[in-house]
Write a protein that binds this ligand. Structure first.
Ligand SMILES: NC(=O)c1ccc[n+]([C@@H]2O[C@H](COP(=O)([O-])OP(=O)(O)OC[C@H]3O[C@@H](n4cnc5c(N)ncnc54)[C@H](O)[C@@H]3O)[C@@H](O)[C@H]2O)c1
Length: 286
């Protein structure tokens, strides 16, 4: 018996990175997967988004576990696209038990700056709301909602390093703080229905978002063209434990626990998976 045996999980941003890892980990433990991703780039984001081939690869990896998968190219900023993807997935699997709202962009240094701010808020915050609100009509007692915010949500804007030094970066921090607040109140509303809602806050995680030119520039503002080698040691100062970044599987294990009935009375939690980063840097309490 898997830890989420027979459950159905809807995951946004599932084509690569943490989203793919969550899809595979939940499938390994017995869940069928509805996987969506935008599979298109943003003008304001200085690194590429996932491709349609990435989403296909996620589907193949899920199928290898023996579980079912439905994929859709959908932009979480558009509630209608999310609704259509969910309808197809629920028609295939007959129900929905788990929501992992985690599609996100980091538009720091994005141009034009205020468009970068808007794209960050609309994807990270409004997109999270769309994923959850469109899923809600399908959820029953025992369901689990997990939203991915960030250690940045808990970061004081004056601490260094932080992503909030320009509108795109500040949009990231603000969107992640708003997710924390939104899920707090959502969990309060849903508790009586037996539906749980929690937030996961990853620290630096080894994905294409972190390993990107805008992120290197955020962490090494002293260099004109910082490389991965320049940024890696600075990634490390964000955590209290001796690690430069964590891996997607580290977040997936937290997501799996929150999704499973092992966490059946855990709701409204702000769960940090941050190698002690909060203890070291952060003083904003949510
Ligand atoms: N990598 C880190 O260091 C880190 C740290 C803290 C939090 N996070 C958060 O973790 C989540 C996952 O990011 P990741 O690290 O796997 O990065 P990633 O860039 O590899 O994955 C993000 C995925 O979301 C998709 N996406 C972006 N905009 C979308 C939209 N509008 N609609 C649908 N899909 C969209 C992308 O195509 C991509 O596949 C994000 O919310 C991110 O903010 C990441």
């Amino acid at each position: 018996m898997g830890r989420v045996q027979g459950k159905v999980a809807f995951i946004t941003g599932a084509a690569r990175g943490q989203g793919r890892s969550h899809a595979v980990r939940l499938a390994e433990e017995g869940a069928d997967i509805i996987a969506v991703d935008i599979c298109e780039d943003f003008d304001t984001v200085g690194y590429a988004m996932a491709s349609p081939e990435d989403l296909e690869e996620t589907a193949k990896l899920v199928e290898k576990t023996g579980r079912g998968v439905v994929t859709a190219k959908a932009d979480v900023r558009d509630a209608a696209q999310v609704r259509a993807a969910l309808q197809t997935g629920v028609a295939e699997f007959g129900k929905l038990d788990i929501v992992v709202a985690q599609a996100g962009i980091a538009a720091m240094k994005g141009q034009p700056p205020m468009q970068a701010w808007t794209d960050g808020i609309n994807t990270n915050f409004v997109g999270t709301i769309n994923a959850i609100q469109e899923a809600l009509p399908h959820l029953q007692e025992g369901a689990s909602i997990i939203a991915t915010a960030s250690a940045a949500a808990l970061m004081d804007a004056h601490n260094k390093p932080n992503p909030g030094n320009d509108p795109g970066g500040m949009g990231y921090m603000v969107s992640k703080r708003l997710i924390s607040e939104y899920v707090h109140y959502l969990a309060t509303e849903l508790a009586v229905r037996g539906i749980r809602a929690n937030v996961v806050h990853p620290t630096n995680c080894n994905t294409d978002m972190l390993q990107s030119e805008p992120m290197y520039r955020s962490f090494r503002p002293d260099l004109e063209k910082p490389t991965r080698a320049d940024a890696e040691p600075v990634f490390g100062v964000q955590q209290a434990m001796k690690v430069n970044y964590i891996e997607p599987e580290d977040i997936s294990n937290a997501v799996l626990w929150l999704a499973s009935d092992e966490a059946r009375y855990v709701t409204g939690m702000q769960l940090r998976v941050d190698a002690g980063g909060y203890l070291k840097w952060y003083d904003y309490h949510v």
